[in-house]
Design a protein around this ligand. Structure first.
Ligand code: DC
Length: 253
């Protein structure tokens, strides 16, 4: 997926590491629960604006994956904390403009969307030390490019000064259907989903994400609530593009 060769972004990221603050570039945050449709919204809005799309979940997935690879007990916060703090976690563009995660400067070349990794990511995301260790990597993600970042706590914790904060909402039943559809699409024809199991997994992940003690998935007080329960994606993105424009985030406007 990524070429572990020369990454021009690395020098950029390292040089600007201490000077790029959220306020010095345009940042739009898109938070919401799993399968609320925030990824499609964030991706399309980024494309319309010419911003880089940043999926913050990739960092939690990378931590979960690497921890699994090393046989680390995900429930042992002391061991997990020491592990995450002893490595560097970065998100950036490679020389062909594709985004990726880098652990100690090494590109992660596995499919991080795997269900086992999703579970691990959700588990490590409850750790205070993991969340703390991933604050700076998120703030530096794709710096100095303007970003549309998607996640759970980008508007509340990571980018409190973002120029525009969105919180995407959709009814639970719709989110469950979406997740089952995504699951089937990722596995191709002929694979039958056990809908009851998937539904239980989603409800459990939602509960963990929304109720965890640290950085639960909630809307920032100044976030715009986006109802993604029935409207077409293009309609939602058109509306958000206009909103971004009214905040001076569209170049030439
Ligand atoms: O968005 P995602 O499904 O790729 O996220 C994977 C997991 O990481 C998910 O369980 C929630 C967690 N996460 C988080 O706690 N905070 C974020 N900013 C992004 C993701």
């Amino acid at each position: 997926m990524f070429h572990p060769k020369k990454f021009f972004w690395m020098s950029c990221v390292l040089e600007v590491q201490d000077v790029v603050t959220p306020a010095s570039r345009f940042v739009i945050t898109v938070d919401g629960l799993a399968a609320s449709g925030k990824s499609s919204i964030a991706r399309q809005l980024a494309q319309r604006l010419g911003f880089v799309h940043f999926s913050s979940g990739l960092l939690y997935r990378a931590v979960g994956w690497e921890a699994l690879e090393r046989g680390i007990d995900l429930l042992d916060d002391r061991v997990l904390g020491a592990f995450v703090e002893s490595h560097s976690w970065e998100v950036g563009l490679d020389s062909s403009g594709r985004g990726g995660v880098f652990i100690d400067g090494r590109a992660v070349a596995v499919d991080l969307s795997d269900a086992r990794i999703s579970e691990a990511a959700s588990c490590v995301a409850t750790s205070r030390r993991v969340r703390q260790a991933l604050v700076q990597p998120q703030r530096q993600a794709y710096a100095p490019h303007p970003i549309v970042g998607e996640g759970r706590d980008l508007g509340t914790v990571i980018f409190p000064d973002a120029q525009l904060k969105l919180f995407v909402e959709a009814p639970e039943q719709l989110r469950i259907s979406r997740r089952i559809k995504q699951w089937c699409e990722a596995r191709g024809e002929g694979v039958i989903a056990d809908e009851a199991v998937l539904q239980a997994e989603i409800v459990e992940r939602d509960r963990r994400d929304a109720e965890r003690a640290i950085s639960p998935t909630v809307a920032a007080p100044d976030a715009v609530l986006v109802d993604n329960g029935g409207r077409a994606l293009t309609e939602v993105v058109d509306y958000l593009y206009t909103l971004a424009s009214s905040r001076g985030l569209v170049s030439g406007v």
